[in-house]
Design a protein around this ligand. Structure first.
Ligand SMILES: Cc1cc2nc3c(=O)[nH]c(=O)nc-3n(C[C@H](O)[C@H](O)[C@H](O)COP(=O)(O)OP(=O)(O)OC[C@H]3O[C@@H](n4cnc5c(N)ncnc54)[C@H](O)[C@@H]3O)c2cc1C
Length: 511
């Protein structure tokens, strides 16, 4: 069967990245079809405890800038009333000093982090870190996408595709669809990546990781929290939530079903105890395989999220990385589809996001090096632990883990260029974040200069012009922001309309 409609974009995968990208493309005016393999969006692993996802500053800002933060922050009851019956609050909730995050399980403490070292940030309703669940994020994004007019087909896994000079034909088991573009957001084992012949390179795993919910015969044989042992690592949250890594070279992962016997055997080995597992409620495995696509575009086919890069869940960065891809790609692809910008604008998607992905992969590899069951790793861990107790080091790790150090290489200029714009509070009581909800660029002119107004009027379809005073303008006179809130140009001195126009041409095309 053939769907006669041609969509601007077909997205493979209704995970968080595919859904958020769909919302971004719709905001930019594109017609979007999302094809999702799974019939049912609900799954036990998307709920607590294993569905918990830490969100970092760029992700929280993205939700804030699209008017979704309240929905994401709002805690909804789980759709599964039996889920997590054995789960209590995370072990670190009982600590007197609250952790702000961790590196290989070594915590940095919130009261050690020095935000004054980030002069480019202003206080904002979008904080630097929070946690939610996969189920909740997908529910919010799916509702937003459908309200905006995105079509989502579930039970429609992409099997293959062909591309021509102006379209892509996408095949599922029962039906064929056509799009002007195809984006693979179909996760780590991406069919789009494989069928598209994208090169995928990286490092092989050192371990199999297990996340299990169990019932134990004896609750006091395992120590609470993260434990490094002579044979591996485990994290225990009473009464039965356990994560553990077994340095088997990744040999067990996906080779056979995870059984109670296997879990008990690995748990005994890595914990060095004779603990007995009486019931296995839920189990999943993962590895530290770290691979990345060497290009994110092949003609009319693009990759985003786990389809473009995979790494271990250590330090919780993959979702944030993928949502960052979507925020970066969405407005660019929509501009190209509208004909506002040449398709070379898409080159900046790879140029900006590939290095960020590469850094995250290395961040996860560095944690593996600290976790190995070896004397040298334990010695290194002790040194990092000492360093982490200092304010400078805690601030450095917070910067990396919360993503506040993110800066794209956009060719120099003001130190703010390439960074997320500070959330200015204007004299009319509004904040910058609210003005970004429409998904357009913003020309911020703190001095209401007539020449700047002239620049903005040339790109009035793509740019919102804000000639407003700010309570704290950080010494700036004007800024040009891309729709993703990234500073494209900034000036401290009298407005330089010519430079602002040059920056606008670069990002929004010839007016
Ligand atoms: C235990 C664990 C803890 C984690 N914790 C964190 C954390 O705290 N913070 C963080 O940032 N990240 C975390 N991650 C990583 C994060 O979950 C992933 O990086 C994120 O889900 C990637 O989103 P995605 O949309 O790219 O892919 P996925 O979430 O994998 O979604 C892909 C979608 O595509 C669908 N699909 C697959 N094949 C096809 C096909 N052929 N056609 C159509 N649809 C298809 C799938 O069914 C799925 O719905 C964790 C991961 C794990 C395993």
């Amino acid at each position: 069967m053939h769907d006669s409609k041609t969509y601007d974009v077909v997205i493979a995968g209704a995970g968080p990245v595919g859904l958020f990208l769909a919302c971004e493309l719709r905001l930019g005016g594109a017609t979007v079809l999302v094809l999702e393999q799974a019939e049912d969006p609900r799954a036990p692993l998307k709920r607590l405890p294993f569905g918990m996802r830490g969100l970092s500053a760029p992700t929280i800002e993205a939700f804030y800038r699209r008017g979704m933060l309240a929905d994401i922050t709002h805690v909804q009851p789980s759709s599964d009333k039996t889920a997590s019956a054995t789960t209590t609050a995370p072990h670190w909730m009982n600590q007197r000093r609250r952790p702000g995050g961790h590196f290989a399980g070594i915590q940095f403490l919130l009261d050690n982090v020095e935000p004054s070292q980030w002069p480019h940030r202003l206080p904002s309703p979008a904080g630097t870190n929070m946690a939610t669940t996969m189920e909740h994020i997908e529910t919010v994004l799916s509702a937003r996408a459908q309200t905006a007019g995105v079509e989502i087909w579930r039970g429609a896994g992409v099997e293959s595709f062909d591309q021509s000079a102006d379209s892509v034909t996408v095949r599922t088991a029962g039906k064929t669809f056509k799009g002007r573009w195809l984006v693979g957001c179909d996760g780590g084992r991406s069919t789009v990546r494989k069928a598209g012949g994208f090169e995928f390179t990286g490092t092989e795993p050192e371990f199999t990781g297990y996340s299990v919910e169990v019932e134990l015969a004896d609750l006091d044989k395992l120590a609470i929290g993260r434990q490094y042992t002579a044979t591996g690592m485990y994290t225990y949250q009473a009464p039965g939530t356990i994560a553990m890594v077994d340095f088997d070279g990744g040999a067990f992962h996906r080779t056979e079903a995870v059984t109670l016997e296997q879990v008990q055997s690995v748990l005994r080995r890595v914990s060095g105890t004779d603990t007995t597992v009486t019931n296995l409620r839920l189990a999943t495995t993962w590895t530290d395989r770290a691979y990345q696509a060497t290009t994110y575009r092949s003609g009319r086919v693009l990759l985003a999220g786990d389809a473009a890069h995979i790494h271990s869940p250590l330090g919780g960065q993959g979702l944030n990385l993928g949502l960052g891809d979507a925020m970066n790609l969405g407005w660019k692809l929509a501009s190209v589809i509208r004909g506002d910008a040449p398709d070379t604008l898409l080159d900046s998607y790879f140029a900006e996001r590939h290095p960020v992905g590469s850094e995250v992969l290395d961040w996860s590899r560095a944690q593996v090096a600290l976790m190995r069951p070896s004397r040298s790793s334990r010695a290194l861990e002790a040194i990092i632990r000492d360093l982490m107790a200092t304010r400078d080091c805690a601030t450095y790790f917070a910067e990396r883990v919360w993503g506040v150090s993110l800066q794209y290489e956009l060719g120099g200029g003001h130190p703010l260029v390439g960074r997320s714009a500070p959330d200015f509070e204007f004299t009319d009581g509004t904040r910058l974040g609210e003005h970004l909800e429409v998904g357009r660029g913003v020309l911020l002119d703190f001095n209401a200069d007539a020449m700047m107004g002239e620049v903005a009027s040339r790109w009035s379809d793509q740019i919102v012009y804000l000639a407003l005073g700010a309570k704290n303008a950080l010494g700036l006179s004007a800024l040009l922001l891309r729709p993703d809130g990234v500073v494209a140009w900034a000036s401290e001195t009298k407005p330089e309309a010519g430079r602002a126009a040059q920056a606008a041409v670069r990002w929004f095309g010839e007016a």
